[in-house]
Design a protein around this ligand. Structure first.
Ligand SMILES: [Cu+2]
Length: 113
């Protein structure tokens, strides 16, 4: 009986540690609900400030389809359906403005230190 309780407790502890250990970086940007009408508020946070070598992960939390497209086409996602993600690793410092190909008024910025 005690062994069972300890095993259950141990399993619970392990299962609650694993997601933390494998969590993605904090460099996440949301494509917010109703993004196509929100201009420079469509991507949140924007600007996002990161360090050279960091990866940014965008998630489409809207009900529409959007892209993450750097203004000089340095990178671009495919068309992101709801809940799909796109990630890009920034190896150079600088300011990188991006937009949505389908709704060009949607704009965002990544600042890489
Ligand atoms: Cu869009």
């Amino acid at each position: 009986m005690l062994v069972t309780v300890l095993f259950v407790a141990f399993t619970f502890v392990i299962l609650s540690i694993i997601p933390t250990a494998y969590a993605q970086s904090d460099n996440t940007v949301s494509i917010v609900s109703d993004a196509s009408k929100l201009g420079d508020k469509a991507y949140d946070p924007s600007p996002i400030t990161i360090s050279q070598g960091d990866t940014v992960v965008w998630t489409n939390n809207d009900f529409g389809i959007h892209t993450v497209t750097e203004n000089s086409d340095m990178y671009s996602s495919k068309d992101l359906r709801p809940d799909q993600t796109f990630e890009y690793t920034f190896d150079e410092s600088g300011n990188f403005d991006y937009h949505c190909k389908l709704h060009p008024t949607m704009t965002g910025k990544v600042i890489v230190n």
